[in-house]
Design a protein around this ligand. Sequence first.
Ligand code: NAP
Length: 311
Amino acid sequence: MENVIIIGSGCAGWTAALYTARANLRPVVLTGAQPGGLLTTTSIVENYPGFPEGIDGTELMMRMQKQAERFGARTEYGALVTRVDFSQRPFRVWADDQLWESRTVIIASGASHRHLGLESEKLLEKKGVTYCATCDGALPMFRNQPLVVVGGGDSACEEATYLTRFASRVYLVHRRDQLRASKIMAERALSNPKIEPIWDSVVTEILDVKQDKVTGVRLRNVKTGAERELGCAGVFIAIGHVPNTTIFKGQIDLAEDGYIICRPGSTATSVPGVFAAGDCVDRTYRQAVTAAGSGCAAAIDAERYLSAQRA
Ligand code: NAP
């Protein structure tokens, strides 16, 4: 029987592991299929405090893991949780058909970037296709180059505005003729002389797989059906996120869009003893450092819960 099982191995998961390990709870981290989480899909992380030169996303995750393990955290590599039962105690978690039982669970399963679903998008990821302007926007390959941002929400507007610091021009490609973003963010983006909106358009292909780098996009106007090519050095896809919470449906309270609902000011879910942290809870900030902070909070909440149980 475990004290703490941590589901997920991104910033939130490793920080929860570090804190619960230092509280002598010997946590087990079930890493999931992508150890290190979303940050391992990016290149240099330049906005994580303490690394003035920036740090490779994968390396940052490996360092967090090492730090947690130094204090006794145990790692189950690749352990993908397929089912949970929080209706009884101890809680039950199945990963790769192995059953784990635990007094508490910290869910740090993260979120996935929504993808366009194009083959060329997959093949050119990290080669000019990215899902995070704050992580990748300042890379030399994007400097003084035309860039494309796909999406019409707050993220797309924020990313487009941010990218104007580096790009020669930013094309904001949206599938409708009206942004979904909040008024203030939309106005800020649309009034920026470096941003050119391209309405009613979808990206049908990212060019050029043969050259193994982004040289442009093929666009289709959804109203007229007209196709055209647009040159760019990078494609920033900002069409929303999908929290990785499907397996928790029916076990804890989830919002309509799948994000885990926690008690205000706490990491407690609707089931006492089950806590949640990071991108599976946070639809607003979604930064490595905010995820780490909430992982810390979940560890403290779990530790206090266990102490109260023992008293
Ligand atoms: P979002 O609001 O869900 O917007 C996603 C956008 O992507 C929409 O414009 C949508 O088009 C488009 N889209 C979705 N799937 C698409 C597809 N397959 N192909 C092309 N376009 C597609 O997501 P978000 O912008 O990431 O924002 C999420 C939440 O975080 C929101 O509540 C937002 O307010 C918040 N947020 C806040 C801030 C801030 O305040 N600083 C910054 C970022 C995000 P349609 O409009 O046609 O549906």
